[in-house]
Every structure is written in C-alpha cells, then in structure tokens.
Design a binder for this molecule. Structure first.
Ligand code: SF4
Length: 350
C-alpha cells in the first residue's frame, strides 16, 4: 500500500478512495472565471483541482479563489521557484513542479524549505515531453529514462528530508506510461498520480486514457488520476468517473450496461438506450443499470445489475438483480424506467 499524503482536506494514497483531478483552462488571475469553472468541476465530481501559475498575479489569486471553492487546489508551476514560494504562501494545498526545469538544486531546496514550513505537499514528476536530456542520453530506452529521472528526483527530496510527495510519471505513449508506472510502483511507496499525458481530442484521448489508466487501476496502481483531454475539463471528470466505474473502483455513479443489439432485437434499441442513459447518467449513486435488447439474454447478461430492462416486441421486462420483476408497456417506457431507476437509487442511498 502507498503512503498517505494530505492535500487540503483530502487524503490520497494509503488505500483512500482514488481522487479525480482536472485542471482549469481559464487565466488563473481571472478569479471570477476560474472560480466558476472550479465550481462546475466540483459539481461534476472533481475531487482536486489544479490551476496554472504563470506569474505573480496568478500566485496571489490562489488565496481569493480558495475562499470560494470547496475542493483542494494545486498550483502548477514551471521554471520560476519564486512562483512556487508565492503559491505556497497563498495557501495552495499542493504544488506541482518538475524539478528539472526549476533551474538549480538551490532553487528546488528553497521550495522544499517553504513547503516544509507550510506543510504543503508536492507532486514531482516527469513527462515524456520534458525529460532531462541527460537521462535520455544515458538510457536509450524511454521508459528507463523516465523511471531513472524520477528516481533521481525522489532521491534528492529524500536526501533533504522531504517525503510529503506524490509522484507522476507520464508519457504520451500508453505503453510507456503503463510500464513506467508499474516499475515506479514497485520501487517507491509514494502515492501515484496516473494518466496518459497529451492524450489528444476525446475521440482518441478517451481510448488512450482508458487503456493506460484502466490497465494500471486493474493492477491496483494509482491513487489519483487525471484524464488528460483536449476539451472542456468537465469532460475529463466525467471520463475519469467512467474509467473508475469500469474498473470497479469504489465511486459514486452509474455503471451503465447496454447490449450491442442484434437481429433478435425488435425495437429501436440504440434510441432507447441513448435516451435512458442521457437521463440517468448524472445519478450519484453507486449502481449498475442494464438496458438489454431482448428477454432471451437480457436477464442473464445483466445478472450483476441492480436494475435493468429487457425489451420485447410490445412490452419490456423489468428485472432487479438479474430476476424478472414485472412487464411494462412500451408506451412511455423511457420515463417509466427512468423513474424506477431514480427510485432504486434513492433506496440504495438510504
Ligand atoms: S440482449 Fe438480445 S438483442 Fe441484445 S445483443 Fe443480446 S441477444 Fe441480441
């Protein structure tokens, strides 16, 4: 099990629930816009938010932003150690740096000292796009270069008595990301922030992240995650929830099962499944809902579902926990079933 690290009011690692992260794309110093986006992310299910700190105004905005939000805030800093100090002093719950671009060990040491006195945790890590050339030269294999670069950073922090750390090792290659995280998880006990970096627009990024993050989660690796996508950050949060649900990690939300349809199906299953999913997708209860195209395989294929429906020609069978409960007329079937799903969600939360 990984070590537990505190980020504001949230603990990550040590077997705590896997925290979903995203990053704002507003100018951080535009406090109104940034707060609004964070509140939207919170509503979508984001546990920890990161903001980019490009200058002193951004760093100073952190204290004002924190007054208006309810989740821990991480300051993302590159190149300028003074911004890291300012972000810490303005109440960042964690800072994210890439030590190799801070400029010198002395500057990193100043950040360490400041983080120690404010008890601020720190995420350090390497990305395939910004890995130190020294390591690329020494280790021809990119995964080896990523791992050894991160290990050398960890050694520096430990030498300076700082272990309030979260680690990340990311590549735009899914394979490298998975391999590097597997190795790091065996060699250290710090919580791991996982994700495939620069994964692209949702059409491809969702697949890369699902494979990368999903593979690691199924092996028990990963304490917090970000699904990096080129789109509105809210989509990252929805995607993270879906990946966690698919990996059967404890998270509140719908696990939606629907069959691919086949020649046996007598209704417009694609339409029904889409309409139902749209209406229930934001339910915040951990439950499985199945929508099946026929009664032959419906109940059997959805045995693990809390509630489900299997369409016939002129009616649909309602089943709970894989057992048929009653039949429902097709008229208003979407609303009838959706209401039943909401009632079940309510009963599961009592
Ligand atoms: S549940 Fe029925 S309709 Fe759907 S794929 Fe299976 S056999 Fe076909």
């Amino acid at each position: 099990m990984t070590k537990q690290v505190k980020i504001g009011k949230i603990n990550i690692g040590g077997g705590n629930q896997i925290a979903i992260q995203s990053m704002t794309n507003t100018p951080t110093q535009d406090i109104d816009k940034t707060v609004q986006q964070i509140l939207d992310l919170e509503k979508a299910g984001c546990d920890i938010v990161r903001v980019a700190v490009l200058d002193k105004k951004d760093a100073k905005a952190i204290s004002d932003i924190k007054l208006c939000i309810h989740i821990p805030l991480v300051a993302d800093i590159h190149f300028d150690y003074l911004l890291a100090l300012e972000a810490i002093k303005n109440g960042a719950d964690k800072i994210r740096i890439n030590p190799s671009n801070i400029g010198s060990e002395e500057k990193v040491l100043k950040i360490i000292d400041c983080a120690k006195s404010y008890q601020t945790s720190m995420r350090i890590g390497v990305n395939s796009g910004s890995i130190d050339k020294v390591f690329l030269k020494k280790y021809p294999d990119k995964t080896d270069a990523l791992v050894n670069s991160l290990l050398s950073e960890v050694a520096f922090f430990e030498k300076n008595a700082f272990d309030n750390l979260v680690l990340s090792i990311k590549s735009s290659s899914v394979k490298e990301t998975v391999e590097a995280n597997r190795i790091i998880s065996k060699l250290t006990s710090y919580p791991l922030h996982i994700g495939v970096t620069e994964a692209g627009v949702p059409e491809i990024g969702l697949i890369k992240n699902s494979i990368g993050i999903g593979s690691l989660l199924l092996e028990g690796i990963g304490d917090t995650l970000r699904v990096s996508l080129t789109c509105n950050p809210i989509e990252e949060v929805y995607a993270a929830k879906k990946i966690l649900t698919a990996c059967e990690k404890p998270i509140k939300g719908i696990n939606f099962i629907s069959c691919p349809t086949c020649g046996r199906c007598q209704v417009d299953m694609v339409k029904y499944a889409s309409l139902i999913y749209e209406k229930i997708k934001n339910i915040n209860t951990k439950m499985t809902v199945a929508v099946m195209g026929c009664a032959v395989n419906g109940p059997g294929e959805a045995q693990s579902a809390d509630i489900g429906i299997a369409f016939g020609t002129d009616k649909a069978l309602l089943f709970k926990n894989g057992k048929i409960v009653c039949s429902l007329p097709l008229e208003n079937i979407v609303d009838t079933f959706v209401n039943t799903v909401f009632d079940t969600a309510l009963s599961l939360t009592k």
